[in-house]
Design a binder for this molecule. Sequence first.
Ligand code: ACO
Length: 429
Amino acid sequence: MSQTNPAKITLGDKTVDLPVMKGTLGPDVVDIRKLYAETDAFTYDPGFTSTASCESKITFIDGDKGVLLHRGYPIGQLAEQSSFLETCYLLLHGELPTAAEFEPFETSITRHTMLHEQFDRFFSGFRRDAHPMAIMTGAVGALSAFYHDSLDIHDLKQREISAHRLIAKMPTIAARAYKYSVGQPFVHPRNNLSYSENFLRMCFAVPAEDYVANPILTKAMDRIFILHADHEQNASTSTVRLAGSSGANPFACIAAGIACLWGPSHGGANEEALNMLKEIGTPERIPEFIEGVKARKYKLMGFGHRVYKNYDPRATVMKQSADEVLEAVGDKNDPLFQVAKELEQIALKDEFFIERKLYPNVDFYSGITLSAMGFPTTMFTVLFALARTVGWIAQWKEMIEDPGQKIGRPRQLYTGSGPRDYVPVSQRG
Ligand code: ACO
């Protein structure tokens, strides 16, 4: 990280020089850490629209150009040529693995897929109609009650074991959340299958018949996991970092990330996007729907992004996956896919969306794809959480390993009442 000429800020009669730092890519950053000490003023940026909350070497996004790089590698190349587990290694370690490095990593993840037998009792504690994200939040938090031997965040080896446990056990927990909701028996992981094939089997196999995953669907699942693996300092990742900054254990931090991801403005959008397409139903109803968006009755879900002011590069890959999956399941003319493609075309030509730089994001086509693969809408965000777990852990690990790491503690602009005296209830009126 290099520095350029300082920025100057004048408040009243005080002028302070603030260092300006340059990253490898992306905007310069004004280092305001001494601002409060020197001027007695805070900065104000509630939605973090102009705030870099940390230094990171993991993921880079250029929202204007629609670029997403993991450790420098473009997302399109990773989605096309890598695998999810290799991408996990890349995110965690900074480099693509050699064959000799990848083999023990893959073995470790494969060997940690099982859950403690007692853990299964958690699932039956939930109501049958519980949302699987509610189950995920609880179950992942509960992992810290089972794996005491990997909770010391200051021990590098323990951090690594927790990371492997989380990446390995998320598919098992996610598949159990699904099986529980449909009343089918849990399917145990199989070590001879790839990460994604094993997950599909745990979701869709039943004891009554053999299950062999369609290789096109396995490839699509793996690609969907790659597309969701990390996305720099988004809301859930920032939640994980903030939770972790207090020294909380990694399982607790990831549970916090899952809770944040559930919101409809974040990971919950893929569920909402598919519901929206179902509600529109046919291409003829699109103009009426668009009028409702413009009248601010509702949002076009799966469109718009805080960072991308161009086509989300993940949406391009996702659209292609939707095409391949629909063909593989014999549903090439799926009416919802037709509605989505037409809706996208209409929105991209409409002044309302052009003016606001609203483009499809990764969630616009993911719902259609996952639905064609056999997942109910309630599972969409769960799959997102499963894939994002590696990004959360990589970011958490980077933070813990930063020698200058401090607890995250934002300040505020207080606009409440000034000091006043307590009034007994008998005198209030
Ligand atoms: N449909 C209609 N209008 C929209 C949409 C949308 N999807 N997104 C933004 N806008 C409008 C806003 O109303 C606002 O208009 P205005 O300036 O006239 O008031 C303008 O575009 C700017 O939007 P903001 O809400 O200020 O943008 P912000 O960066 O805060 O929000 C967000 C980003 C939350 C993603 C928003 O675009 C949204 O709600 N999209 C739909 C939900 C969605 O798809 N979320 C998934 C995000 S990707 C992910 O989490 C993996």
